[in-house]
Design a protein around this ligand. Sequence first.
Ligand SMILES: Nc1ncnc2c1ncn2[C@@H]1O[C@H](COP(=O)(O)OP(=O)(O)OP(=O)(O)O)[C@@H](O)[C@H]1O
Ligand SMILES: [Mg+2]
Length: 302
Amino acid sequence: MEDFPDQDWSEYEADDERPEIEKHEKLINKSLDKFDQDSSKYHWMKEKKYASMFSAIEHKLTGVLGRGQYDWVDRRVFDQVFDQSTLMSVFKLMQQGHIDTIEWPIARGKEAHVFFAKSQSGPIAVKIFHTSNAVFKGLMQYIEGDPRFGGLRRRHRELVNVWVQKEHRNLMRMRKNGVRVPESLITRNNVLVMEYLGDKNGPSPRLRDVKVDDPQKLFKELLRQLRMIWQDAGLAHADFSDYNIMIHKGEAWIIDAGQSVTQHHPKAKEFLVRDVTRLCQWAQRNGVEADLAEATLFVIEE
Ligand SMILES: Nc1ncnc2c1ncn2[C@@H]1O[C@H](COP(=O)(O)OP(=O)(O)OP(=O)(O)O)[C@@H](O)[C@H]1O
Ligand SMILES: [Mg+2]
């Protein structure tokens, strides 16, 4: 970990009492093999270009490799996330000073991993999208090697890159229009760097994981956010749920905007109604009398 004189990291240093998740992961790890650079999957890493790139940033990836103070990190994380192009993208982002070190994984989804990382200006969240997902891999075995459909892997990667661009632009557009979303800082291929929502002990909780003191007030506030997304940003979030809202410093933050679409999208209104419906359902579960028609009107009425 490098020192930056301007940044006080004490708030982000790990406690003696590590979060529960780390203890749990330690147990899992005991039964896992050490990350093995000789495994056939990583033959590409022996190529001079990648080998030197990897050795140049290896010490900044300990939180991904499950080494040193991060030996509790499940080493499969590296397997799931890093391939040639991802290594290159991360290398470039580090070279350009957007990322200093990648520390521990915050979340592992089917489509992406989110990491806690550090940059010269403070903590950041790095979302790394998987370049090959399980569905794609399953289909590949029937298509790869068929000369009529060459370059599929590349095309799949390009699609992932477009998705990442879309999330970046959606987040910027929402933020510019007053919606409370993390600031999206930069992307490179399948890697997105954004503002970190959390503290030293981990990310802030999702709405799903907390008990809200005043659900009525939060319902109103989230309706206002939905209204801003639709009216000011001209978008439908399209995956609005208590999974994709984080409670950070007492406020609700909306995340995960890759699927968000502009109002021109043929299904934009359908997505909008689904978002409002989900919010009303959340409110009703929390004892708020939420009326779907009224709520929808509030969001769409100019
Ligand atoms: N900026 C951030 N700061 C801190 N934690 C974050 C941030 N963005 C996302 N996370 C955490 O990572 C998780 C997954 O992020 P996100 O919803 O954007 O990805 P996803 O691709 O939808 O993954 P999933 O399929 O698991 O929902 C979130 O639920 C949240 O806990
Ligand atoms: Mg999500």
